[in-house]
Design a protein around this ligand. Structure first.
Ligand SMILES: Nc1nc2c(ncn2[C@@H]2O[C@H](COP(=O)(O)OP(=O)(O)OP(=O)(O)O)[C@@H](O)[C@H]2O)c(=O)[nH]1
Length: 922
């Protein structure tokens, strides 16, 4: 209406486009698509044409609305307002209306429903009910615009409502904030405003609206905005519009403004703002400032489509370019969406940048937080897991640390189970003690006692470990006699035992191996039970044993200590039950538990190649449950459990924690103490086993297993050497014998010298080869290796020691065995200084005025004076000065004065080379 009525009463494309906040080109395109002849932006749009365009919009709108309705139901309310806004925008002519509504929906649930409904219907209602096409057009436009203020704006125009706009503006200006807030409403407000203007009788709608939303506001405000929306739907279509048309528009507008302004403060304001609608929007958009703008902005993205909210934009345009400008300029930054993850998974150290990315934060933000935590870091700096944990905590992000399992080193991975998954398991017990104190007899006695009591037939087989049952509780004994197996396993990192029974013969008392066993058990941190054996013997003196053991901090309970002592006779089978009960008591106290509900893991106790069955391994299941058919890795071998038997010779299908079993199905024979673990399938097991053997081979290659005197002590310490193999070559047989005699007497820390070969004459290549084969060192007394021997020794890394004094040989070997060889020193040049001047000072000598040309000169360094490439003096620096001050160090590029200790023949051009002697690690 407005445009047509305005000016020459002709609506031109550009005007129409402008009224829709669209480009002329867009309208032309639409017209062409509708097969309406059009030349350019100045072409006149007949009513019929406008109707067609509006119908086009409407179609799009209804299609989109239908789609959206479908999708909305599925999406639910969870959508973010922005998203909904966009979708609504897309949805066509009614979009703007929708948009606001949706926005509202997002923000306020109450209004939404009504608005939406109102809006859509309004579009339709208008068309149907409006007598004039123009109205329709406007409506159509409104529909588009409806959403936006534009629509209303256009209407206003038509009605000469400019004044009202102004008023509106004023109103809106006041109510801006509100308006702003009520983005959605604004849209709707506009519509409503516009509709009435259109004379469609929206007024009625308004009145309704008034009642709806803004009871509090002025009826006008409320009536307008809401009326327009929800009512629009119903009200409009039903003739309520017409009556309201003019009166409303005018009346309502100005009041609207008022309503807005007032409303602005209260909640109703929003409504008011909304209602104030178009004006508000305009104002809001323009003046209203940011929030409104925000609304607009928010709408904009969606509004790119011609249906959109943009229309609101048109108003803005109308309101003045400034508005636009403002809107644009003032576009406040979009609210940052907090996309901080709830939880992150960390698999190791990460740089600050990587961490920031994971936390969805800017690196700068992370760096700030780190500073706050006292960590100064750059973006590329690596953060350890602890720091990442701290950092994530600061952002309220949960961290799951998942260190990738090095599968081929599975024995190094400690498994942590949920305490709820842990179940009691039998204790695993080892028996240790001095030779002949009765370990084997005791083990046999316990086993046979148990067998005879619990097992029919009593046939047992030796599988390296066995279980006995007492008081319905099981105890697992490792029956590898002596402590060797135990210590060997420990040396391999296998901790299989829970407690140790130290057997001491009551007639013999504490002996060296008793002490050794105690020390081993203590080193492993195991509880100790002392079994005082052979009490059947008349000369047995258990108290003496107790007394002796107090020296090793094993004090019986009756004497105030906490060590359990049990008197037994393995031979007579006395006290065995007491011993077993005590074991259970210790187990109860220590609560040995394991998770039986996972794949099995354990240790190989013994393994051998059985003629009939192939490789057989006795293993102790320590975690999880081992099942027949499980694929596994044992050491560097793999296999699939073919059959499994327990210590009683019974076939088992499953074996839980602390169960010793003998398994078949291996491809090779693993070593005692090898770790055992089940894998998901045989292929995996094979690849893990392969990797393990490669790693082992590599580490074997890397380690120099050849013994030298320099690392002898280390080998001794590691328990790798019990005998130091030596080959002696001397000038004469007499000196060789003398040397042999002396070396044979050396024994340090249980390690002895073992002479594997000796003779008179030079050291030959065959001596060196023998030494290499038997991991020996070669001692040459007054002899030298021949050239070939020298080369082979270097190649084979055989340690050849040459001496002229017997005493020195003995001392060197002894020191090496004690790890007390004199340290080796290496010279390290630290800098050079060039003498530029010399000054002779009485009592001081010659001061060399120098320039440090490389490195540094240190006061404490040793020096050599070089003249023309020849070392003419070696000694110490006496004094080092910078100007008049003593200096500790003078760095490159600085001048200094140097005097040398007991040497004053320094000349210009000489070079002073400073060096220090450094200790070299053996
Ligand atoms: N009288 C008596 N003799 C016992 C008792 N226990 C073991 N013996 C005897 O002591 C000797 C050594 O017993 P073993 O069980 O072989 O001792 P061990 O500690 O296992 O010995 P090694 O395996 O060599 O370390 C045997 O002759 C047993 O018969 C006991 O309680 N009373």
């Amino acid at each position: 209406m407005s445009k047509q009525e305005n000016k020459d009463n002709k609506l031109r494309v550009y005007e129409y486009a402008k009224s829709l906040s669209m480009s002329s080109k867009e309208i032309i395109t639409i017209l062409k698509r509708l097969n309406v002849p059009v030349n350019n932006h100045m072409s006149v749009m007949e009513n019929e044409t406008v109707s067609k365009v509006e119908q086009f919009f409407k179609d799009i709108k209804s299609n989109a609305a239908a789609k959206r309705d479908g999708s909305e139901t599925s999406r639910g309310d969870s959508r973010k307002p922005a998203v909904s806004g966009a979708s609504s925008a897309v949805s066509a002519g009614s979009t703007q209306v929708n948009t606001p509504q949706q926005n509202n929906e997002g923000s306020r649930s109450g209004q939404n429903g009504s608005r939406n409904q109102g809006q859509r219907p309004s579009g339709q209602g208008q068309e149907q009910g409006q007598p004039k096409k123009q109205q329709e057009k406007q409506v159509g436009m409104n529909n588009r615009n409806q959403n936006t203020p534009n629509a209303s704006g256009s209407q206003q125009r038509s009605q000469g409502s400019q004044d009202s706009r102004r008023t509106n503006n004023s109103g809106s200006s006041q109510g801006n904030q509100q308006n702003n807030r009520s983005r959605g409403p604004q849209g709707s407000g506009q519509q409503s405003g516009s509709r009435p203007q259109q004379g469609t009788g929206q007024g009625g709608a308004r009145s309704q609206g008034g009642s709806q939303s803004q009871g509090s506001r002025s009826p006008q405000g409320g009536g307008q905005s809401q009326g327009s929306r929800s009512p629009q739907g119903g009200g409009q279509s039903q003739g309520s519009r017409s009556p309201q048309g003019g009166g409303q528009s005018q009346g309502s507008r100005s009041p609207q403004g008022g309503g807005q302004s007032q409303g602005g403060r209260s909640d109703s304001n929003r409504a008011g703002g909304n209602t104030g609608g178009y004006s508000n929007n305009n104002n809001a958009g323009n003046r209203g400032g940011n929030r409104t703008n925000n609304n607009n902005n928010n709408n904009r993205p969606g509004s790119k489509k011609f249906d959109d909210n943009r229309q609101g934009g048109f108003r803005n345009n109308r309101g003045g370019k400034n508005n636009r400008g403002r809107n644009q300029n003032q576009q406040p930054p979009r609210e940052k969406i907090d996309n901080t993850p709830k939880k992150i998974i960390v698999r190791g150290n990460m740089t600050v940048g990587e961490t920031a990315k994971l936390l969805h934060k800017d690196a700068s933000e992370v760096i700030k937080k780190l500073i706050f935590l006292g960590v100064m870091a750059t973006i590329n700096q690596e953060l350890d897991i602890d720091t990442i944990l701290l950092l994530a905590g600061e952002f309220g992000v949960e961290v799951e640390v998942k260190i990738p399992v090095v599968e081929d080193r599975f024995e190094t991975v400690e498994e942590v189970d949920d305490p709820a998954d842990l179940h009691e398991r039998p204790p695993v017990v080892t028996i240790m003690g001095h030779v002949d104190h009765g370990k084997t007899t005791l083990l046999d006695a316990i086993r046979s006692a148990n067998v005879s009591s619990g097992e029919a037939g009593g046939i047992t087989q030796h599988i390296g470990a066995y279980q006995v049952e007492i008081n319905s509780k099981k105890i697992t004994f490792l029956d590898t006699p002596g402590h060797e197996a135990f210590t060997a396993m420990r040396a391999r990192g296998a901790q299989v035992t829970d407690m140790t029974i130290i057997v001491v013969a009551a007639d013999d008392g504490v002996m060296p191996q008793t002490v050794e066993a105690i020390n081993h058990a203590k080193a492993a941190g195991l509880p100790i039970i002392v079994a005082v054996n052979k009490i059947d013997k008349p000369e047995a003196n258990p108290d003496k044993v107790k007394q002796e053991l107090t020296e090793y901090e094993l004090v019986p309970e009756e004497w105030g200590g906490d060590t359990i002592f049990v008197n037994v006779s393995a031979k007579q089978r006395m006290g065995l039950e007491d011993l077993l009960e005590m074991i259970l008591l210790v187990a109860e106290v220590n609560e040995y538990k394991a998770n039986p509900d996972k794949r099995a893991r354990g240790t190989v106790i013994e393994a051998e190649l059985d003629k009939g069955r192939g490789p057989v391994a006795r293993i102790l299941v320590q975690h999880g449950t081992l099942k027949v058919g499980d694929a596994f890795v044992a050491g560097n071998c793999f296999g699939r459990i073919r059959a499994m038997v327990n210590d009683k010779g019974r076939r088992l299908k499953e074996a839980g924690p602390s169960t010793p079993v003998e398994i078949t199905g291996l491809t090779e024979v693993p070593g005692a103490g090898d770790p055992f673990m089940v894998f998901e399938d045989e292929r995996k097991a094979r690849s893990i086993a392969d990797k393990r053997s490669i790693t082992q081979r590599q580490s074997e290659l890397n380690t120099n297993t050849r013994v030298t005197l320099d690392d002898l002590f280390q080998h001794i310490k590691d328990g790798e050497i019990k005998d130091l193999n030596v080959i002696i070559k001397g000038d004469v047989q007499g000196s060789v014998e003398a040397l042999k005699g002396s070396l044979n007497k050396i024994e340090v820390e249980g390690v002895r010298v073992k002479i594997i070969h000796s003779g008179a004459g030079a050291i030959t290549e065959s001596d060196v080869i023998l030494a290499a084969a038997s991991n020996a060192i070669v001692i040459g007394f007054n002899v030298r290796p021949d050239t070939q021997a020298k080369q082979t020794a270097e190649q084979e890394k055989v340690d050849v020691r040459l001496h002229r004094v017997i005493y020195n040989v003995i001392e060197e070997i002894e020191q090496a065995m004690k790890g007390m060889l004199d340290p080796i020193y290496k010279e390290s040049v630290i800098g050079h200084a060039e003498v530029r001047n010399t000054f002779k000072v009485s009592k001081v000598g010659t001061i060399a005025g120098c320039m440090v040309t490389s490195g540094k000169i240190s006061r404490n360094a040793e020096m050599r004076l070089i003249r023309d490439g020849i070392v003419i003096h070696e000694g110490k620096i006496d004094s080092l000065k910078r100007y008049k001050d003593d200096a500790k160090d003078v760095a490159q590029g600085y001048e200094c004065g140097i005097t040398l200790e007991s040497y004053s023949d320094v000349k210009e051009g000489d070079v002073i080379e400073a060096f220090i002697m450094e200790t070299v690690e053996r």
